[in-house]
Ligand binder design. Sequence first.
Ligand SMILES: Cc1cc2nc3c(=O)[nH]c(=O)nc-3n(C[C@H](O)[C@H](O)[C@H](O)COP(=O)(O)OP(=O)(O)OC[C@H]3O[C@@H](n4cnc5c(N)ncnc54)[C@H](O)[C@@H]3O)c2cc1C
Length: 459
Amino acid sequence: MIDFEYSLPVVVVGGGACGCIAALAARDAGAEVLLVEADERPMGTTGMSMGLICAAGTQAQRAKGIADTAQSLYDDIMAKTKGLADPGIARLLADESGPTLDWMTQRLGLPWELDLGFKPAYGLSTYRMHGWHGHAGQDMVDLLHQRLDDEGVMVMLGARLQEIHADSDGTVRGITLARRDGSLEHVGCEALILASGGFAGNHAMVAQHIPVMAQARNNGHEGNDGTAVRLGQRLGAGVGDMGAYQGYAMLTDPQGISVVPGVIVDGGILVNAQGERFCDESEDIAGMVHPVMAQGGPCWVIYDERIAAAQAYTPDMQALASLNAARRGEDASALATAIDVPGEALAEALADAAHAKASGQPDRMGRRWDDASPPQGPLLALKVVGAIYHTQGGLLIDGAARVLREDGTPFPNLFAGGGAARSVSGPAHWGYLPAMGLCTAVTLGRRAGLSAAQRAMQG
Ligand SMILES: Cc1cc2nc3c(=O)[nH]c(=O)nc-3n(C[C@H](O)[C@H](O)[C@H](O)COP(=O)(O)OP(=O)(O)OC[C@H]3O[C@@H](n4cnc5c(N)ncnc54)[C@H](O)[C@@H]3O)c2cc1C
């Protein structure tokens, strides 16, 4: 066995939401913790995100008069995934997302509140979006790292996990880290948490597990290179739902900023270069990427001033506004000229949606307009392409966030969460519920941190 230069009770790999929350939870439980992060400036996919966290039964929901239960979130997960999500992980997330969010706000003083601007949609049956008003992912990462500092968690930046050292029975003894200058460092630990994200940044792994997205643009953090899955599998860990991912249909071209889902939820529509709609935009937040990519070129999100005003509080829409990214037109014909699509087709698409709204019937795409109104009056348009944002398959874990072998037996002191672990999106793209990425990052992160601390303090 390798000689470790020093040893810590709990080592966490990855400085995104999952790793930070895991480290803070382990520290809160009394363990000494080291967090290692490959980048010099922590960011991760968390830093690129909108920073919204799905959680059920929170104090923040009650404060705004929203009654919600763990069972309701569990039911939503199972309905969205056609019963194919891992029931154990679904139960863990449903039961612990609320207490985790409450712990984040109350114990860590993080300013997350219920976001009423993102209405229940895409499979969520009630208001569950929690965000930091006016802030997005990188602010979240910076604040979490501030808390790590406040709470006395040691953080090593520019240190990449290269190897995990374990006994033949799977007990992890330590890790090897590669530093930027090429030197290696061997660090012992009593418990190891893998929070190094998924594999959307690893082209070969995407091509292997999600061939349909092999040619798609990756809009996640490139550090999501599959480290956890690859090193875990080398130890004999099992993986699950490797074909699951969140695609996203509304990455602006050329700005590379996401149009927030609320633009669609509030009534926006998508048209192609022919000015025609091609899908029910409200059906699936992740799956919509496929009809968009099938158009063979950029598409347009069409919305109006009312929708723009309702979503203007979001950092992404603010960024797009500051870049003057949207094209404008006083009516369908003027907008069609501005975006170079046939005016008649665009007018017809809007008229069909308006007629459906007035009649209470679904429109030609099957979209129901009960809770939203189609764009009208002066119109805006943003050019968008489809992309893969993050993967949802990963290491098998149990209810204590312990990594499991293929036969279902747990590794004694190896834990995982967030993009590194199997999530609850079922086997493909259509099972992703809004803000489940950060829900799994923080909820599994906290569970992994508590379990690792308990294991480490057992000695
Ligand atoms: C544009 C965009 C918007 C999104 N918006 C939302 C949203 O609003 N709500 C939501 O729920 N989800 C959202 N997501 C998804 C969400 O961001 C992710 O699911 C979540 O951030 C995953 O967190 P994580 O901590 O597991 O991974 P990450 O945040 O990616 O952190 C992993 C960290 O591990 C580091 N790392 C990797 N390999 C190593 C190694 N070998 N050694 C050391 N460190 C390593 C990486 O550098 C990285 O910092 C969004 C995604 C994108 C792309």
